[in-house]
Design a protein around this ligand. Structure first.
Ligand code: ADP
Length: 266
């Protein structure tokens, strides 16, 4: 809080008083701090793969290229790191578009079930590869939601890829469920029985670049932006997104979408 004192003086009847102006600067400072942290994070996240790529290229240049085993291996590392940078920059672009409101949502009434079926099909290969059991529970009839198909597809992709990434190879199970929450919202729930998240991290999990375990997330190809993008998209629709989790037991992400036009963001 900033306090500004101005002596209060009127020629004819000077009272000797002061005017105190109370201004809340904590919010401003917090935003500035977040902005600085964000720039530092982005720089770090971009620098890490670049440093790796550079050192592997140098090793290739120093003779590893001629090595039948090392050559392809080192090239593979540079390819993977390049892919990660592309993912990161793509995520950053999406985020800045959401921030600038440049990409206004193209809301239209649409059924949610086909979108959930579509995401299940899209991830069929990694799900099968990890031997995960996928349950799609869409039995109840649902009203259409007002949503931007591409954006909701992006949310579902993020949540589904997390559920797969952080679920064990053996005995893994993912349940995707949609139900009518009340007469205003449809609720979508993605539940896994994976590694879970410690309670203390849950509050911050939707923050940009927040990761429970940096090394683990990176080795999984994560950018640390997926959940924050998901939240921005859902909020822009006028819905809410929450995460509940228990370490070593599993994670459930729930989000809502409005069923009527105008229920959305104010
Ligand atoms: P990332 O790209 O690193 O996955 P996200 O923003 O999507 O970033 O997720 C943030 C962090 O939340 C992840 O690094 C991971 O630690 C944790 N997380 C997200 N989803 C799950 C899940 N289903 N199970 C366990 N941990 C998860």
């Amino acid at each position: 809080v900033r306090l500004t004192f101005t002596p209060y003086q009127r020629q004819e009847d000077y009272t000797g008083g002061v005017i105190a102006v109370v201004q809340d600067v904590t919010e401003q400072e917090k935003l500035e701090q977040q902005r600085k942290e964000f720039v530092a994070n982005v720089s770090h996240e971009l620098r890490t793969p670049l440093t790796t790529i550079k050192s592997y290229l140098e090793a290739l240049d120093d003779g590893a290229m001629q090595d039948r085993e090392l050559g392809p291996k080192f090239l593979d590392v540079t390819r993977r790191e390049t892919d990660r940078m592309i993912r990161l920059v793509t995520d950053l672009l999406h985020m800045s578009r959401l921030d600038s409101k440049e990409a206004s949502l193209r809301l239209q009434p649409m059924p949610i079930a086909p979108l959930l079926e579509e995401v299940a099909t899209r991830f069929a290969i990694p799900i099968e590869r990890k031997n995960i059991q996928l349950v799609l529970d869409l039995s109840a009839p649902l009203p259409d939601v007002w949503a931007d198909r591409d954006q909701i597809r992006r949310v579902l992709d993020n949540l589904m890829s997390n559920a797969i990434k952080y679920t064990a190879d053996e005995g893994g199970k993912i349940t995707v469920r949609a139900r009518q929450k009340d007469d205003r919202y449809v609720e979508v729930r993605i539940q896994d029985n994976g590694i879970g998240i410690p309670r203390k991290d849950l509050d911050r999990i939707f923050e940009r670049f927040y990761r429970v375990d940096k090394a683990r997330s990176r080795s999984m190809g994560g950018t640390g932006l997926g959940l924050s993008i998901a939240r921005e998209i859902i909020r822009a629709h006028g819905g809410e997104i929450d995460m509940d989790s228990e370490l070593h037991a599993g994670t459930t992400v729930t989000f809502t979408l409005p069923v009527r036009e105008g229920e959305g963001p104010k």
